[in-house]
Design a protein around this ligand. Sequence first.
Ligand code: 7TS
Length: 412
Amino acid sequence: MLDVHRIRKDFPILERRVHGKPLVYLDNAATSQKPRAVVEALVDYYTRTNANVHRGIHTLSEEATALYEGARDRIARFIGAPKPGTVIFTRNTTESINLVSHAWGLKHVGPGDEILLTEMEHHSNLVPWQVLSQTRGAKLKFIPVTGSGTLALEELPSLLSERTKLVALTQMSNVLGTINPIQEIVRAAHAKGIPVLVDGAQGVPHLPVNVLDLNCDFLVFSSHKMLGPTGVGVLYAKEAILEEMDPFLAGGDMIRDVWLDHSVWNDLPWKFEAGTPNIADVIALGAAVDYLEKIGMDEIRAHEEALTRAALGALRQIEGITLYGPEDPAIRGAAISFNVNGIHPHDLGQLLDEEGIALRAGHHCCKPLMRKLGVAATARASFYLYNSEEEARILAQALQKAKEVFGVVAHR
Ligand code: 7TS
């Protein structure tokens, strides 16, 4: 069991009070809080080392380069990537997907080809593929979401066709919490020679992830949802795929040699990192990864499974609540979406804020999924390693209170 009390001491922001109440931060699927070690890595870098990387021969530049590349090594190890050169830094998950849709997609997807997605994708893993398919005259197909919030995998064999060029799907839904069976889907796709992109924006922060075990071809995720700073995303891809891909952005640092009329690309991973990178934030993501590894991803997953069980149990007691996503905590994460009869989710969010509870209300950048669920919006509580079962109970109590305020409590 995680020592939540001790972990919370590492996160100064959790001592804040909001509207006079202790902060209950349940908006982790949007972004996580940062431990002191991450903030200190940023301050240390700017106060001791700041210099540009890969270009200077002076001491500060060499130190900055060692810290930056050292972070890449740690992040590669964290996801089980066989070589640090297969880990590319971008701005966020969204940019990592756009890198693939441009640098890989424009080359491999043509008229009449198909890209297979799911109905539970975040707009980040939908809109880039819409743009690509419109540009190239290709078609998008979707694995349906069932009434219980899982993927209708019995439809997979018929959806994978001769024309399918890529399968791209989320490891964990940011709305339903569903953890998708990536290995099973990768096996089915690879049997037909189709590569798979895994959107790990919600998976990598919360689950032990090893790219060799998943055997995915691409994995994308964001630093800011896994205790790191904003402004850093990661793209992992198999080396052979990256080698044969053209660059996405062109300019300094991504070249080996330049003439007036042409250039030769740099080695991996720098071929995909044009211009001065986000040095400080990458180094701080390295500190976040160290922190997560010290706690242990298996322990974090076990803690969140227990939290999900407790939170679902407490929320189910509320009359008039609709909970979305799988009921079984073993196949889902701790992003819990819900609606309460008679109260708009935005009103709920506002009332809960008055109780010091931070959660998100809206479409969660999953408008097609909202339509499928038959709602315009949901409220969503999303938990992380520093959240406690007590906070799940505080949420449930605040929801009861919200019902009283709105007069939707049944009078017997
Ligand atoms: N994919 C998934 C599954 C996500 O949950 C998100 C962000 C993204 C991609 C995009 O990540 P970004 O770092 O590029 O913005 N999800 C959310 C959310 O659920 N609430 O705010 C952001």
